[in-house]
Design a protein around this ligand. Structure first.
Ligand SMILES: Nc1ncnc2c1ncn2[C@@H]1O[C@H](COP(=O)(O)OP(=O)(O)O)[C@@H](O)[C@H]1O
Ligand SMILES: [Mg+2]
Length: 246
């Protein structure tokens, strides 16, 4: 089942529609003809080995670093080529691979820095963040630079949520984290989906995304080699050996 079709069927455009996206760093073209869409409450996962173009795809959507061609519609509005702060204001939140939290600020202060005006009548509160990521509450006053990798990843996601995004882009959230933390983050992603947030998650860890991925795209050298459901991916084990590290 393709849930984006279900939701667009009621006359509502997809939350994110990427068509024929190309991206280049200077003269080096690193994405070719990427097309996919994300509906509200849906998680699309970009899989692929190092250098496949996953981070570049997220950066292109966010208006960071690359020159791009093609269409990027957020809530039906072309945002491709806009400045990053306009894309954020239009509803996209981005958690980069290096998390970029403020090491010298406390957990609570990092959340306060991320706070933006309400969207669709809702603004994330600290209390809701503690419900989503219970371990953060006990360390609300701790400096972010003193947190474990897992705590920092939870904080990075939480801080981005304070901007009240409709669309959340996560770049390899599982990288370097222990299984117990991965389970917690996967559970949080499922909660965000249930709240209607659409997600694009870049990953190399197929096991991590299994509980929340609605559809997966496999990228190799900046091109989509496979797009489908997890069941469709599992039906062809050669995809994993050809395009993913195991
Ligand atoms: N800032 C940059 N300048 C030039 N080339 C880059 C830059 N960042 C990434 N690349 C190249 O773009 C390709 C895709 O990289 P990336 O999107 O980071 O892949 P992934 O996230 O899947 O590991 C790689 O060949 C990489 O070397
Ligand atoms: Mg990357």
């Amino acid at each position: 089942m393709n849930s984006s079709i279900d939701l667009t069927g009621i006359g509502k455009p997809a939350l994110l529609e990427v068509s024929d996206l190309e991206a280049r760093y200077g003269h080096a073209r690193v994405l070719t003809s990427i097309t996919f869409s994300v509906a509200p409450g849906e998680a699309v996962v970009l899989l692929g080995r190092n250098g496949a173009g996953k981070s570049t795809a997220l950066k292109a959507i966010m208006g960071l670093e690359v020159e791009l061609q093609g269409r990027i519609l957020l809530d039906g509005r072309q945002v491709g080529g806009l400045a990053t702060h306009h894309i954020a204001r239009a509803g996209a939140g981005y958690v980069p691979e290096d998390r970029r939290i403020f090491a010298g600020l406390s957990v609570a202060e990092n959340l306060a820095v991320g706070r933006q005006p309400a969207r669709d009548g809702h603004a994330w509160s600290e209390a809701e963040i503690w419900t989503l990521f219970p371990p953060l509450q006990a360390i609300a006053d701790r400096r972010a630079g003193h947190l474990s990798g897992g705590e920092q990843q939870m904080l990075a996601i939480a801080r981005t949520l304070m901007g009240n995004p409709r669309l959340l882009l996560l770049d390899e959230p599982s990288e370097g984290l222990a299984p117990v933390i991965l389970a917690r983050i996967a559970e949080a992603v499922a909660t965000l989906k249930a709240r209607g947030i659409g997600l694009v998650v870049s990953e190399q860890n197929l096991g991590f995304v299994r509980t929340f991925a609605d559809r997966v795209l496999i990228l190799e050298t900046g091109t989509v080699r496979f797009a489908g459901t997890l069941a469709e991916l599992d039906a062809d084990p050669s995809l994993v050996t050809r395009f993913l590290s195991v």
